[in-house]
Design a protein around this ligand. Sequence first.
Ligand SMILES: NC(=O)c1ccc[n+]([C@@H]2O[C@H](COP(=O)([O-])OP(=O)(O)OC[C@H]3O[C@@H](n4cnc5c(N)ncnc54)[C@H](O)[C@@H]3O)[C@@H](O)[C@H]2O)c1
Length: 259
Amino acid sequence: MQFADLSDKVVWITGAGKGMGLAMAHAFAKQGARLALFDIDAQALAKAQDELDLSGARCLSLVGSVTDVSRVNQAVQEIVQTFGQLDVLINNAGISMNKPSLQVSEQEWLQTVQINLNGVFFCAQASARQMIEQGCGNMIFMGSIYGVTTAPNRAAYCATKSAVVALAKSLAAEWATHGVRVNALCPGYVETPFLTELVSRGTLDKEALEARIPLGKLASAAQMADVALYMASDASSYMTGHAMVVDGGWTADSFKVTT
Ligand SMILES: NC(=O)c1ccc[n+]([C@@H]2O[C@H](COP(=O)([O-])OP(=O)(O)OC[C@H]3O[C@@H](n4cnc5c(N)ncnc54)[C@H](O)[C@@H]3O)[C@@H](O)[C@H]2O)c1
């Protein structure tokens, strides 16, 4: 499908080793983008790079954590040294935190805030320094339906994802005059290693989830990547500060009981 002209755009994807980040890397590569893949998991990143090399994509792999501010700043420098510019940031790295609130340890709470919220800000700030100098840029922050609604046993996750949505809106308003657009993508349940792990631990029941979704099934990572292509392209040029919910109808249907 060729609906987004991203040829030669330089796209930095955090959490690109697996799941939606990896699906987005493939989708953006197919549209001709040059990629900077960033992940804490060196092995997953090497596998992703091999797959993308085979498809002829032009990509740079960077191992690091979004929580490490100096590594994040250095990553942007490496991207600009390699490709000469940075056009799109996909601020995607994140972790789940799904357990009763009385059982959440201090370390688990802090780690969720550090990766899901602080890391998103650090990557946005480092990218904006370059994008503002260029006079243009585009950021997509990975929110969730739990950034626009809530459910029990997910306090840290809901708190960080709603903060990510607020951060996208605030930065969109702040950087619009510099030509930088910022939006949040808020998926429902997507079939990725993140979700598979929750299902295999018995935390989530896949059949019950699918019964709860009006469209009747989980999203694929590729379906979310298609939405990201639209958000990153000029087809959405007037869209900024928006939380784009793509959830198979989950939030539209408040009648069914949540699992
Ligand atoms: N899968 C879902 O149902 C779903 C739904 C809504 C939102 N999300 C969000 O989408 C994003 C991607 O989710 P996914 O399902 O693809 O997850 P995933 O676990 O399949 O992949 C996430 C990737 O991020 C990397 N990562 C984790 N911590 C990192 C860090 N500190 N620094 C750099 N990389 C790090 C992991 O190594 C992994 O490769 C997350 O922000 C998640 O909260 C997921």
